[in-house]
Design a protein around this ligand. Structure first.
Ligand SMILES: *[C@@H]1O[C@H](CO)[C@@H](O)[C@H](O)[C@H]1NC(C)=O
Ligand SMILES: *[C@@H]1O[C@H](CO)[C@@H](O)[C@H](O)[C@H]1NC(C)=O
Ligand SMILES: *[C@@H]1O[C@H](CO)[C@@H](O)[C@H](O)[C@H]1NC(C)=O
Length: 351
């Protein structure tokens, strides 16, 4: 069971596939195999009636023409309908930034947002054949930028840096997202979705790696409060930056996609979503610290780890990624509201 969000989202988001989809990000918005197993039922029922029904299972992504391989590896692929540039562990800030802080060993990013944008630019000759054609295509395409930032903060936390130091990264991180969005707009992008960060203090990975004294956990959520504050501060700064960008680029549609609210609701109002009311707990993993079913040396997929019987009643899949059920709820909230500002479907595509 893998988690899929973005392309299911994209398939649903447009009355017919958008001209192209370009995705930049890290593994949190895992676009990997997209809808390789088909669209989950709860999403299928949410599909606008005018949308092209995606063909069954593995042919879905190829019908949409989305390329799942790294551009560098997809030698003979065509990219007229988009490309996925996201890579696991992607950061926003580059190695010199982390080196200057003595953090080079903590970061394992192999491509920042700006590197990914460079790949996109290098790939243009395979996407479109003249500057005019490129701009026309990009104007009709959907660009998904993020979520970014989680690995920048995460690397710093895992290097045991104090939280106030991690907070000092926020302006640089948000500024870097803003510059990425501007570079894409300069290429002709006119519709962009920019996700914020989830409440990392609710994730079994963080709960087991960063134990806090009693009293520093949310009374109702069981989540680490100061880590959720970090996500919250990042998201607030990102939304302010997006508001500025909107003012500067009135012809561009910029959607802020809220990852935080739905995820915290999965914890606080589990029953509303069909999830078990319990301490945040990974479905797939090995028992570790606390009740989180997470153990860094026996993660989902490693020997000793096993999946729960029914992933659909857990919101956390492996302590880091969410379950397909969670992504389904988030996708719906991003498409129709209330978890996106403005909702992705609240646009010209519905006429
Ligand atoms: C595309 O998605 C998959 C799964 O998330 C990822 O492993 C891969 O590295 C992504 N990026 C590229 C450039 O293919
Ligand atoms: C690309 O296409 C050429 C000619 O059709 C073929 O010989 C080659 O093996 C293909 N390369 C890859 C990586 O698929
Ligand atoms: C994590 O898993 C390893 C390997 O199964 C085990 O030896 C270790 O005791 C576990 N750690 C905790 C804290 O449970």
């Amino acid at each position: 069971m893998r988690c899929r969000l973005l392309v299911c989202l994209v398939l649903l988001a447009h009355a017919g596939p958008p001209a192209a989809v370009f995705n930049f990000g890290d593994s949190l918005t895992d676009t990997g195999n997209l809808c390789a197993d088909g669209i989950p039922d709860y999403l299928a029922t949410a599909r606008p009636t005018s949308a092209t029904p995606p063909a069954a299972s593995s042919s879905t992504s190829s019908e949409l023409g989305l390329q799942l391989l790294p551009p560098s590896k997809a030698k003979n692929a065509t990219f007229h309908h988009g490309a996925n540039f996201s890579i696991t562990g992607a950061t926003l800030l580059d190695m010199p930034f982390f080196e200057a802080r003595g953090l080079e060993h903590a970061v394992w990013s192999s491509g920042t947002l700006h590197t990914q944008i460079k790949w996109f630019q290098d790939l243009k000759p395979k996407i479109c054949s003249s500057p005019q054609e490129c701009r026309d295509l990009f104007r009709r395409s959907l660009f998904i930028v993020g979520a970014f930032g989680g690995n920048d903060y995460g690397s710093t936390l895992f290097a045991s840096r104090p939280l106030p130091e991690v907070h000092t990264l926020v302006p640089d991180v948000v500024d870097s997202i803003g510059r990425g969005v501007e570079r894409l707009i300069a290429e002709g992008a006119a519709e962009l979705v920019v996700p914020g960060l989830p409440p990392t203090g609710c994730f079994p990975l963080y709960l087991s790696m960063f134990p806090r004294p009693p009293g520093m956990y949310g009374v109702r959520s069981g989540c680490i409060r100061d880590l959720n504050t970090l996500s919250w501060v990042h998201n607030a700064a990102l939304q302010r930056r997006i508001a500025q960008l909107r003012a500067e680029h009135p012809g561009v549609r910029l959607v802020y996609a809220d990852y935080y609210t739905p995820a915290i609701q999965f914890v606080l109002h589990a029953e509303r979503y069909g999830f078990l009311k319990q301490t945040p707990r990974a479905c797939c993993g090995a028992p570790g610290v606390g009740e989180y079913n997470f153990n860094l040396t026996a993660k989902c997929g490693d020997p000793g780890a096993y999946a729960c019987d029914d992933p659909s009643n857990h919101w956390s899949w492996d302590g880091i990624h969410l379950t397909e059920a969670s992504y389904g709820h988030i996708a719906k909230g991003w498409l129709y509201g209330p978890f996106a500002d403005p909702p992705i479907l609240d646009n010209k595509h519905l006429g």
